[in-house]
Structures are given as C-alpha cells and as structure tokens.
Ligand binder design. Structure first.
Ligand code: 6LW
Length: 544
C-alpha cells in the first residue's frame, strides 16, 4: 500500500527508544538491562531501516554488572545532542525491587561523546544527585539544563505503591550532575505510575511527554505543555491519552514515546510496544519482548496527534520505503579480530573468554567456571531473536575430557529459564564416562513465582552418545516455540528436544520480564573452568 510501512521498525527486544536527529542522521538508543555491552545505538537515514552502530557502555568502568537480577541493570535511556556532543542518560538497577525497597533506588547518570561512531569515545558516567529512573535532559534557550526523572514522592511512606512514583524536574549543573533546584513534582498519574518523560520544545511551547499506567497492558502516553519553562506550571492536553492500544489488538502495551522533527520538518515519535500472538483465541506474550515502533505526529492547535488519532497497527501510515527489518540470512564474520556488533554477554564479563584468532574461521570459547544458571557472567555469547520464524545454526568442535565439561547452543530468556543443546562428558551410575549430546529444558511444572528454592536450572536430558567431537547444532524458532536439534555430520544421527515459548518466557521468580529471547553459544566447566576449548564455526541465522 502506498504511504505505509511496517512496525516495529526495530525487532527483537529494544524497549524505551529515544531518538535524536543531527542533520540527516538519526540515532536511536534502547534499554539493555542485564546485558553487556549496554545501551545499543542504532542509526538510520530514512527512519525505516536501523543499523546497530555501537553501544554507549562498553567498559567495566562505565558498567560493572555482577549479579543484577533479570530485567534490572540498564533502564530507559535518553539520547540528546547539544553543542557538538551526544549525551546518553540512564539508570542502573542493581536489584529489581522498585515496589518494595527504597534503599536500592538507582542513581541515574549521563555519558557523552563528540564522536558517536566510536564506541570507545563515550565518557565515564557523571552521576546525578536525584535518585530515580527514566532520566531526560533538556537544554533551555537560556543555557540552563534540566533533569526530568521518575522519583518517589518524598512525603509518602516507604511501603507505598507505584502510584507514588511521579515525574520530578530539577535544574542541574551538567558539569558534575549536581542538583541546583529541589526536585519538583510535575506529574503524578492517576493511572498508577508516571515515567518515560521527555521534554521537547516546539515554537513557544515546551512539551512534556509521559508514559503512564505501567509498561504492561495499561500503558498509555500523555502530554502536557507550558510556555513558562521546564518548571511549569504545566497544562494537560485536551486529548489524553494520546493513544491507548487495548488488550485485544495486534500491537499492545504501547507508550514511552520520544517525539522529534525530521529533516523535512515532519514530526514523528518512536515508542515501545509488543506483538502478542493469538493462539486458540488466547493472547500469548511475545517471546521477542518489547520492540521499537514509529508513528507520524501531526499538530492541531499546537497539541500533538499521534497516528491520526488511531491506535497503532503493524501496517502504519505516514511513510513509504524499502524496509529490511532483518536480513534473510546472517552469517557470523569469523575472519576478524573483534566480535561484530550484536553479540551480548549476560552481565559484565570479568575477562575475555573468547578468541577469533586461536583457530582461523572459528569462534573459540574458553568455558569459565559459571554454569548458565549462575547469577554471575557465564561464558556465553547471545544475539537477540529478531523474527518469530528463524533458525540459528552452528557447527561445534568440542572434545570434553572431564565430566561436567559442556559446550553448545542456547535459547535464552533468563538464568531461571533457558533451553540448551550441546556436547558434554557425562558419567553413568557405574562411573563410566562417555561423550554425549545433552539438552536442558526449563522445568515446566514448578510454580517458579512462588518457590524460588525449588527452582532447578532445568531438567538435564542425555539424548544419546556422541562418538565424534563435531556436531551441527541448531534452534528452529516458530510462533509457538523452539526445536533444538543436533546432527552428527559423519553418522547422520539426529536428536531433538522442544520447548514452548510460553514456558520459556514465564516471569522469573526474582526480577522482571522486560527482555526478550536471545540465541547463542556457551561453554562451562564444573566447579572450575573447562580446560578443553569449544570451537564454533558456520554460525548463521536465517529467517523464513
Ligand atoms: C523503564 C520504565 C518501565 O525504565 O520499565 O515500567 C522500565 N516502567 O519506563 C524498563 O523498560
């Protein structure tokens, strides 16, 4: 159809998008939670095709995440450009406990660079004084800088609920992050939570956009405006919420918008949403998690109207162009020194446990001492799942010499829920050791939300013996779940195990579920490191 494009414009988990334009270039950043490197940065020239160009947080001096819970870590960034410099703000949660424990409330910070194309050029963090999350920076015409963030309202008791989290604005000293004016409550939402704030200026008006009702099914986007400056007084728009996708639509949970003008003077918003699947008249949460969407913004009486006032659908009006949402075939580049962009560690690795030079054409893992269910950073490299129907495949050369040594591939949701298939040295009851194809599946019948102590990393299944060290391993993803398979290139023997997406992506007992499924490779020893290297080659992914 003319003048339409497909949403989401960035697929695979990429919540809380924020965007800035510098001449004809657009840069967009999203949340990265417990994964490292943090704060992925995407670039586009047409708003429809986005390439990952780097990350804001690539050094432990900027981001050292040891055992943060699932969906804790790096939350909701803002990207802005001022006087030749790019700024990224964010907050790091060490534990995901916003409802109950004030003492773990994060301090937000910013990093900056004058060369966004060079990952290494981002500064170390400059911390703000105001505790909170979802930080936004705004430069006023008079040179003053304002920090807008979600904070707990000061005079409410500690056991209060999320509705006491409101948007507060302070003037700050950007050089050291110091608060200059006491944080002022600007917006406390009747819908329970005001967050994801962004301030922009258009003509004489300042606009404050807020996400309200929580990032799940009640998520809404609101707007206020003022001529008086960021400390207000602010006036609520005549049409709020700006749009609200309900719980029976192909796109749901929409909100957390960042509004911007393109190079032609047209206005747009990026925001988050999910694409649940309708199965037997029941909505199933999307295993891809929260993704990045785009809509056109028009203005009437100087108030914004999103998507012509209509709810958001996958086929969206307002722009037309050739879109490559994910490549038909992706093949890992194994002929260079450094890992290409798009590989992530769970938590900040304490050291480098991979090599591309040890054996040409192979990505070698030196398995560390942490199992995948451990809260630390295991030897594991992950890529986001970007299509519901996708296959991830590798060739693994691994000859474990000790019981407990293992290497393979994984479909990953959290340390509480993942499925893997690989090669391990196993020991039978008679004490005899053999090399085997092993699989692990998340335990289906434990109510993990109610009893953490019962939680085991998953059932380990020995699928069969593995007489050679070489195996093809794959994960075939479809709407409903995952088939993990192995095939021996010499004997042609095949094994398979399956996991339903709905089981894999259950909420973890600790932490949250703001992330999505990732596909990757791993290796570990038992109690100590794995002394046999695991060599992965032919790493590829293709979409159906
Ligand atoms: C984000 C905040 C939120 O910072 O989820 O529920 C956080 N609210 O807006 C993580 O995406």
């Amino acid at each position: 159809m003319p003048n339409t494009f497909k949403n989401p414009v960035i697929r695979g988990f990429n919540p809380d998008p924020s965007v800035v334009r510098v001449e004809d270039d657009y840069f967009l950043v999203t949340s990265s939670f417990e994964y490292f490197p943090g704060l992925p940065i995407y670039h586009s020239r047409d708003l429809l095709n986005w390439d990952l160009i780097g990350h804001g947080l690539t050094r432990p001096s900027q981001l050292d995440m040891r055992t943060v819970e699932p969906s804790a870590g790096i939350w909701a960034p803002t990207i802005r450009y001022h006087s030749g410099k790019f700024y990224l703000t964010t907050a790091k949660w060490d534990r995901y406990r916003p409802k109950t424990d004030e003492r773990v409330f994060p301090r937000g910070f910013y990093i900056c660079t004058d060369n966004i194309w060079d990952d290494k050029s981002w500064s170390d963090p400059v911390y703000f004084d105001n505790p909170g999350f979802d930080q936004d920076l705004f430069w006023d015409d008079d040179g003053r800088v304002y920090l807008s963030t979600t904070m707990r309202i000061a005079d409410r008791p500690l056991d209060s609920k999320l509705k006491d989290f409101a948007i507060h604005i302070s003037e700050i000293d950007l050089v050291n992050g110091r608060t200059l004016t006491a944080p002022k409550v600007i917006r406390a939402s009747p819908y329970g939570l005001a967050e994801g704030s962004h301030i922009i200026k258009r003509n004489q008006y300042y606009y404050l956009f807020t996400a309200e009702g929580g990032t799940e099914s009640g998520h809404q986007e609101w707007v206020m405006r003022t001529e008086a400056g960021p400390l207000g007084p602010w006036e609520l728009g005549p049409r709020n919420p700006l749009w609200y996708n309900g719980t029976n639509e192909e796109v749901q949970s929409t909100g957390h918008a960042d509004v911007f003008m393109d190079a032609n003077g047209d206005w747009w918003a990026v925001f988050l949403g999910v694409r649940p699947r309708l199965m037997n008249s029941k909505w199933i949460e999307s295993q891809l998690g929260i993704e990045t969407f785009l809509v056109k913004v028009d203005w009437e009486d100087d108030w914004p109207i999103f998507n012509n006032g209509r709810n958001i659908e996958i086929l969206t009006e307002g722009r037309h162009g050739h879109q490559v949402l994910s490549p038909a075939v992706w093949k890992a580049a194994l002929d260079q020194d450094s890992l290409e962009l798009g590989w992530y560690h769970k938590h900040t690795p304490v050291k480098r446990e991979w090599s591309l030079s040890a054996r040409p054409g192979h990505l070698r893992l030196h398995g560390g001492c942490y199992n995948l269910c451990d809260p630390e950073s295991p030897t594991m490299l992950l890529r986001k799942q970007t299509d519901f129907n996708q296959t991830f495949q590798v060739t693994l050369d691994f000859r474990p010499s000790c019981p407990g040594y293992e290497a393979g591939i994984v479909v990953w949701y959290s340390m509480y829920s993942y499925a893997s298939i690989g090669i391990a040295m196993v020991c039978n009851e008679a004490g005899e050791t053999t090399r085997a194809v092993v699989a692990k599946l998340p335990t289906p019948n434990i109510d993990i939300a109610s009893d953490i102590s019962l939680l085991t990393p998953g059932q380990e299944i020995v699928l069969g013996i593995c007489p050679t060290g070489l195996l093809t391993l794959g994960i075939q993803c479809d709407d409903l779940g995952y088939a993990l398979y192995s095939q021996n290139p010499e004997t042609k023997q095949k094994f398979q195990s399956k996991v339903q997406a709905e089981i894999l992506t259950r909420s973890p007992p600790v932490g949250g579920n703001f992330t999505g499924v990732m596909l990757g490779i791993y290796s570990f020893g038992k109690a100590g490191p794995c002394l046999d290297s695991a060599d992965f080659s032919e790493i590829s992914c293709w979409s159906m």
